[in-house]
Write a protein that binds this ligand. Structure first.
Ligand SMILES: Cc1cc2nc3c(=O)[nH]c(=O)nc-3n(C[C@H](O)[C@H](O)[C@H](O)COP(=O)(O)OP(=O)(O)OC[C@H]3O[C@@H](n4cnc5c(N)ncnc54)[C@H](O)[C@@H]3O)c2cc1C
Length: 288
């Protein structure tokens, strides 16, 4: 199956606000208060037509609780099983935490822009994630692994607060063996932690980049992304070579309600993945 890595049009539905029925096929605890839910659309025609691009998100609806935006964290080459890695943060996500295999919920999407993998082809790619920010970047890693030879050096710089907060750790060995140079750090180590200690942007001190051929994709807390961009630009990467995924409270996800306005953009339509050069005037400013 071929997947085109250009921002996709929203999947055509008669009513864009109406979720389709999805069924939980699997629940995998990833870290304290974080699990991955594998969902399948119940309608066979919808399931067969469903495609997503790395970086896109779905709106998940739980009757009686509400609806939340959740990135797709699974393999875009296997779109019939749609993974969502969810941190149980508040009212809706704590409701989703109770779901078990066989349970049903609403799903509409995919929405939003994608990581520009086309632009990274033939170049070096640095993937930088903090905490749950690795969830929307995991489809990038899995896509790169499908076509590893299409890219130059690929590096993953990842960090979490403590070792048990790190996601997908059991996959790191496979990623590393398949040619993704993986560097992991934690803010606070446990006694048995043998890896790096420090914040994610400090991992830049451990690597060498060729600014003429490197693209950076980053997702995590905004403060982390701000320092990641600082480190990337300090290494003379052009602003146009840095992409980030921004989060704002999302309601309709189709550009009607304006809840996710960020500068002149609606993050549900032009985002969540944006080029740093385009958003620099608004990025890091509280009034945006
Ligand atoms: C494009 C996009 C993709 C996302 N992908 C994921 C994902 O893959 N996994 C995941 O767990 N979450 C993801 N989120 C965040 C998720 O949508 C929010 O955590 C969710 O809205 C919380 O809903 P709630 O009702 O459970 O919590 P609420 O009761 O609404 O809030 C609980 C706490 O979380 C804070 N909060 C709410 N929304 C956000 C937000 N967007 N960013 C930071 N803090 C927030 C609130 O201020 C409050 O302190 C994504 C958000 C966006 C916009």
């Amino acid at each position: 199956m071929s997947v085109s890595f250009t921002p996709a049009a929203v999947r055509a539905r008669a009513d864009p606000m109406l979720p389709g029925l999805a069924v939980v096929r699997g629940v995998k605890p990833e870290a304290y208060g974080v699990s991955t839910f594998s969902l399948a659309l119940a309608d066979p025609a919808e399931a067969a037509a469903y495609r997503f691009l790395p970086g896109q998100f779905n709106m998940l609806y739980l009757p009686g609780f509400g609806e939340v935006a959740i990135s797709v964290s699974s393999d875009p080459f296997e779109p019939q099983l749609i993974g969502h890695t969810i941190r149980f943060a508040g009212s809706v996500t704590r409701g989703l935490a109770r779901l078990q295999p066989g349970d049903a919920l609403g799903l509409r999407g995919p929405y939003g822009s994608a990581w520009p993998l086309e632009q990274a082809r033939g170049r070096d790619l640095v993937i930088v994630a903090g905490g749950i920010g690795l969830a929307p970047l995991r489809p990038v890693v899995l896509s790169v692994l499908r076509e590893r030879a299409a890219y130059g050096r690929v590096l993953l710089l990842y960090g979490g607060r403590t070792p048990p907060d790190l996601l997908y750790t059991e996959e790191f060995e496979r990623w590393q063996a398949a040619g993704i140079e993986t560097h992991v750090t934690v803010d606070r180590a446990s006694e048995d932690w043998r890896g790096q200690v420090g914040v994610v942007p400090q991992l830049f001190y451990r690597i060498r980049l060729d600014p003429r051929r490197t693209v950076v994709f980053t997702c995590g807390p905004e403060i982390m992304m701000r320092f990641v961009i600082y480190e990337a630009l300090a290494r003379r990467l052009p602003k146009e070579g840095v992409y980030l995924s921004m989060e704002r409270n999302m309601k309709c996800a189709v550009g009607f309600c304006g809840h996710c306005q960020f500068g002149p953009t609606f993050l549900c339509r032009q985002g969540p993945v944006l080029n740093f050069a385009a958003i620099e005037p608004f990025f890091g400013r509280e009034d945006f």
